[in-house]
Write a protein that binds this ligand. Sequence first.
Ligand SMILES: NC(=O)c1ccc[n+]([C@@H]2O[C@H](COP(=O)([O-])OP(=O)(O)OC[C@H]3O[C@@H](n4cnc5c(N)ncnc54)[C@H](OP(=O)(O)O)[C@@H]3O)[C@@H](O)[C@H]2O)c1
Length: 348
Amino acid sequence: MPDPVVDAESPGSEQALDELLSRPTPALIEFIRSVSSPLLILGAGGKMGPSLAWLAHRAAEAAGHRLEVIATSRFAQSEKRAWFEERGIGTAVCEVFDAGSLARLPDAADILCLVGLKFGTAANPAVTWATNTLTPVRVCERFPRARIVALSTGNVYPLSEVRRGGSVETDALTPLGEYANAAVGRERMFEFCAARLGTRVALLRLFYAVELRYGVLVDVARRVHSGEPIDLANGAFNCIWQGDANERILRALGLATSPPSVWNLCRPEVLSVRTVATQFGERFGRAPRFRGAESATALLGNAAKLGAVLGEPPVSVARMMDWIADWIRRGGRDLGRPTHFEERNGVY
Ligand SMILES: NC(=O)c1ccc[n+]([C@@H]2O[C@H](COP(=O)([O-])OP(=O)(O)OC[C@H]3O[C@@H](n4cnc5c(N)ncnc54)[C@H](OP(=O)(O)O)[C@@H]3O)[C@@H](O)[C@H]2O)c1
């Protein structure tokens, strides 16, 4: 029987892409029955939150489970708020630096926390530290009895030997650069609050979510397509289809514990930048241009621990690459938010 996501047609529009990214799996439809209403998604206005909120809403509808999903963000652009509301998702303005705005949110027993800041750190490190480390305190103090899935990042690890196959959850968190250290701070503050308040937390260290408008595979593909040279120094990476990442973020509510549980989140394979670029070159009928050579180390994670509990993410790398190549050939939109996957010094 064809799988509704893996065997889907290549999305030809942003509407079709958003619909694909938010198509629930049977495992999620089953799990969503255990999620309490309202489900609060904090920091839902960024790249992942919209499709995550719609996925939760659609899974609940498919399960016949009454679940109000509330997406919060600062909502500087009103169109973003309308996007949620048109799909039956509630919205609320929340600025984490303003304790009053958290106090005004409804009580909730299940929370997904996507709030974070990465880019712009070099110019204004203080706001990165404040965003990443105050958020856990404000959120846990407001919702001490909740189950919280908090997004962290693979950047909490230092670069590791490529041949090792990726950092594991018990490795030391000794990365380079202020963003990565503020991300370690985000985890440590969740850990501290969970110990002090008994809040249940699952920390997900995500490595590169990918859809068609942004992501590490898109960055490589667009460079191949435009003939721009591709830097090989950071020559290996992990990634995951954003729909698969979002499905796991929701199901990780069942993994929230005090002290927090910690999970790497990505597909199982370590990908080579050179190989992926060459394969995009075959799809576009043009050879990629490279600069430099691969180092022995890269930012890599091993997600076997989460895979053993929730199963492996279904959307393959080849499938993502086909969809991305089609999207670029059709002139599909790019968010203009490059991942800077080539960065090795932690400066963002
Ligand atoms: N996407 C990836 O590939 C990836 C990889 C690794 C880790 N992650 C982590 O996953 C999470 C979600 O990713 P994303 O790509 O969706 O992130 P994103 O696009 O940067 O969105 C971050 C969200 O945080 C919110 N935020 C920032 N400062 C805030 C503040 N002071 N008060 C309230 N909200 C604030 C933003 O709100 P506004 O909408 O109001 O701006 C936005 O909704 C992030 O924490 C990120 O660290 C993502």
